[in-house]
Design a protein around this ligand. Structure first.
Ligand SMILES: Nc1ncnc2c1ncn2[C@@H]1O[C@H](COP(=O)(O)OP(=O)(O)OP(=O)(O)O)[C@@H](O)[C@H]1O
Length: 236
């Protein structure tokens, strides 16, 4: 269980996130500027929040980003063009690329998981967009952290590839027992991966529900307001 009670202030933005998140996938929905990314940055340790953050009873707040049991994948996570696929993944474990035998095994495991084992010696320019994105996922998986934060990492991909990546994230979350938080602008992405949804409004968790809330005939009042707005913005 990830227990969050975090406050953060930035000029006129006063956030206070209070929620308990269990294993599996949780999608963060909400309008632009409502505070979805801020929550991920606080969890990852990239912003300093006040309050409490616990994972399985262990307090994380005083830990620097690299010591938290958390890996993060952002949209802008690019590959190093001069490194092979293997080394692009290995750098997630060892910036010097001097790997122990155990670390090499972990890289091979991550490449298997993302179906890239036969691409290990390729350079990024010889990969398709989907393969490149899988390398970025492998680099995150290789660290074997139990919490995975994804801040719209697939939004630049075409719909079919985005779907493929979301299924991959879903598979590894279930298989490895991860606690995965996915920021999305698209309610249909939440429906695709299942699990739970958080509605973020004004730096607060306005609702925390099963994803089925998005498809119910009688919509949850808070979500129906958000869904109305998001339908208008995706279907002009
Ligand atoms: N360090 C910071 N620098 C600049 N703005 C900040 C900072 N921290 C918080 N904010 C403000 O916090 C608010 C929430 O931003 P955040 O990026 O978390 O929203 P979001 O829901 O992820 O938006 P989007 O969907 O557009 O990415 C914004 O008003 C933003 O300007």
């Amino acid at each position: 269980m990830l227990e969050i009670n975090l406050q953060y202030d930035w000029e006129n933005f006063h956030a206070h996130y209070c929620v308990e998140i269990s294993k599996g996938i949780t999608t963060l929905l909400g309008g632009s500027g409502e505070g979805k990314s801020t929550l991920l940055h606080l969890l990852g340790g990239f912003l300093d929040g006040r309050g409490e953050l616990r994972f399985h009873e262990e307090s994380l707040l005083s830990l620097p980003a690299y010591e938290r049991p958390i890996s993060t994948l952002f949209q802008s996570d690019n590959l190093f063009p001069q490194l092979t696929v293997f080394d692009n993944v290995a750098i997630g474990l060892s910036p010097s690329l001097a790997l122990t035998a155990d670390q090499k095994d972990k890289v091979l495991w991550a490449l298997e998981k993302t179906q890239l084992a036969d691409k290990a010696d390729r350079f990024p320019q010889a990969l398709s967009g989907g393969q490149a994105q899988r390398v970025a996922i492998a680099r995150v998986l290789v660290r074997r952290k139990p919490i995975l934060l994804l801040d719209e990492p697939f939004s630049a991909l075409d719909p079919a590839l985005r779907e493929e990546m979301l299924y991959l994230v879903n598979d590894v979350t279930l298989e490895l027992g991860l606690t995965t938080l996915l920021v999305s602008h698209l309610p249909q992405e939440a429906s695709l991966v299942g699990g739970r949804v958080l509605l973020i409004e004004h730096g607060r968790v306005a609702a925390h529900e099963s994803v089925s809330v998005l498809s119910q005939d009688v919509a949850h009042p808070l979500f129906s307001h958000y869904l109305g707005a998001s339908n208008r913005s995706t279907n002009p």
